[in-house]
Design a protein. Structure first.
Length: 582
């Protein structure tokens, strides 16, 4: 009986469940209710108050915004001939994570695009971001790539710059980069004018990344504007051809040539050698890309003498017929001695220019206060940028007169101790061509006469012009600058090159600057040959013949009337050619 009663009691104790305290149950229920309320509130907030985030994430799965490139404006010459145009090309694109292709398809695509498969995969990546698989490929290449029917691979039309003039106009026009943005030259300087503004469009894609529908045009592209330069393509080709031939025949390092319109200040031609082809896909050495006529400086040598003479004429300290004793071709100032290449006795001021006497120019310059000579040089643009509109042009160097020592004032008179660029030098000679006014210099077409700035009296300018005519006649330094049918005026220069802290004894810059017709000048032509090493280095032998060839052809192409007989050229043997050395 005791055993019978013990068993039920044990079962009764096992069946009893522990009771949950009322406080704990209330806390648990309240926590669950609060969590539910937060979730419900967040849901209401995202769906009704701030639903942009969810819409954006949803749209990102099927909607994309694509850029529409703007057509870049053309660059043309003064006659409308194209110098830079944008041609349609194809670009292949995809959304990286949605591009689906097998290894075999990847190998075929890489082969079509002339890439290694590994390089192709690295370019595509694995993210969902937009990526260009290939940019600016010919249409036939894009067609072959799309014929593989790779899922997610799409095409778009883009533009690539083409330069019809190639290396002939490369230094002026420049070139664009991968995103069609200007990198050098006028392309860089006028980026805002030429580029326009790209547009965009929204498209719908399927799960394979293929465009299935154009939704809307978000922003229409704004096309770039055309730009007319002052260059004449005929004269540019002429200048480039003659300069290249001169640099190569004289085994020179480089050269530059400028043709300037006296009436408008427009640069009709600006050539450099060596040059580069802006249409090439390979890398080009920076040395070949330098626009030496505007970004490089050199000591002008005897081409500066006319300005020293003009300063003295303006100050009234000499006249064209004033005799100057050149002391047998030497002049000692302090511990330095100035020499003439060909010693002379007494020369008139006009003959100092004709014979290119360093001693004569130095003696005339020393008759002036330093400030007077400095002012004349500054008034014709030396020491200031020519402001042609080209990026990177330099101002050269004209030190303040107060820092000049007597020997420096003397050497500046024949172009040592001052540096210029070729356009600057050509522009300065417009003072003599116009009868006293310094003309602006521009690379942009104006098509109308420009207003010059008075820089010296007309009487002085015409007097120096007559001296410059003497320099190209027999007995002068540049008979090889003569042009059949035209009177010309100009000046040679031969300067030792600076090297380290002194002048290199066997390296020269040979130059000639002149204008024609001398009776009514229309063009100024400046030629510079850097380090000729073919046996000749004087400006009269190296640069003057280039002037003759270019000026004669340019005047005829421009239809300028002759002002001399066709048989006016007087040949002069080499041994009779007067040479200058500075």
């Amino acid at each position: 009986m005791n055993a019978t009663t013990a068993i039920p009691r044990r079962r009764a104790r096992t069946a009893e469940a522990p009771a949950i305290p009322a406080a704990r149950a209330a806390i648990l229920f309240g926590g669950l209710a609060l969590l539910f309320a937060v979730l419900a509130g967040r849901s209401v907030y995202l769906q009704w108050v701030d639903n942009a985030f969810l819409q954006e994430r949803g749209a990102a799965r099927y909607s994309r915004e694509l850029e529409l490139p703007a057509h870049r404006g053309r660059i043309v010459d003064r006659a409308g001939e194209p110098l830079a145009v944008s041609t349609p090309v194809k670009s292949l694109w995809a959304f990286g994570g949605q591009l689906s292709m097998s290894d075999e398809e990847a190998a075929k695509l890489a082969r079509i695009l002339e890439l290694k498969p590994s390089a192709l995969k690295a370019r595509i990546g694995t993210s969902e971001d937009f990526v260009y698989v290939a940019k600016f490929v010919p249409p036939e290449v894009a067609e072959r790539a799309l014929a593989l029917r790779i899922k997610g691979l799409n095409e778009e039309t883009a533009y690539r710059r083409y330069y019809p003039g190639g290396e002939v106009t490369s230094h002026v026009v420049g070139f664009t980069g991968d995103r069609d943005a200007g990198q050098e030259g006028i392309e860089l300087a006028q980026q805002a004018w030429l580029a326009g503004a790209p547009g965009s469009r929204r498209v719908i894609i399927n799960r394979r990344g293929e465009v299935v529908e154009d939704v809307a045009s978000i922003r229409a592209p704004q096309e770039g504007r055309d730009l007319a330069l002052s260059l004449d393509s005929r004269l540019q080709y002429l200048a480039f051809r003659e300069l290249k031939a001169a640099v190569e025949s004289n085994k020179a390092k480089a050269g530059g040539l400028v043709i300037l319109d006296v009436r408008t200040g427009e640069i009709l031609a600006l050539a450099n050698w060596p040059a580069f082809n802006p249409n090439g896909s390979g890398r080009t050495a920076r040395e070949r890309m330098r626009n030496r006529a505007l970004t490089d400086v050199f000591e002008p040598g005897s081409t500066l003498k006319p300005f020293a003479i003009a300063a003295a004429l303006e100050a009234g300290v000499v006249r064209p017929d004033t005799p100057i004793d050149t002391g047998g071709g030497t002049l000692t100032i302090g511990s330095s001695t100035i020499h003439d290449a060909h010693p002379e006795g007494t020369l008139t001021v006009a003959q100092v220019i004709q014979k290119s006497s360093n001693v004569g120019a130095a003696k005339i310059a020393l008759k002036l206060p330093a400030e007077t000579l400095w002012r004349e040089l500054a008034d014709v643009g030396f020491g200031s940028m020519p402001k042609t509109g080209y990026p990177g042009e330099v101002s050269g160097r004209l030190r303040p007169a107060k820092s000049w020592k007597p020997i420096e004032q003397a050497t500046i008179s024949y172009g040592h101790g001052i540096s210029v660029n070729l356009v600057q030098l050509a522009r300065a000679y417009t003072v003599f061509a116009t009868g006293g006014e310094l003309m602006p210099a521009t690379l942009f077409k104006t098509g109308a006469p420009a207003a010059g700035r008075p820089a010296m009296s007309r009487e002085t300018a015409l007097a120096v012009r007559r001296m410059l005519e003497m320099a190209v006649q027999p007995g002068g330094t540049a008979p090889r600058a003569q042009v059949s049918g035209y009177r010309v005026a100009g000046k040679t220069g031969t300067a030792h090159k600076l090297e380290g802290h002194g002048y290199a004894p066997d390296k020269y810059v040979s130059s000639f600057v002149g204008f024609a017709p001398a009776s009514d000048p229309r063009i100024v032509v400046a030629v510079m040959i850097d380090e000729p090493s073919g046996g000749k280095y004087y400006g009269g032998a190296v640069a003057a013949p280039v002037f003759s060839a270019v000026a004669g052809s340019a005047l005829r192409l421009l239809g300028v009337p002759t002002d001399a007989r066709v048989d006016n050229v007087i040949p002069v043997p080499d041994e009779n050619e007067v040479r200058e050395e500075t």
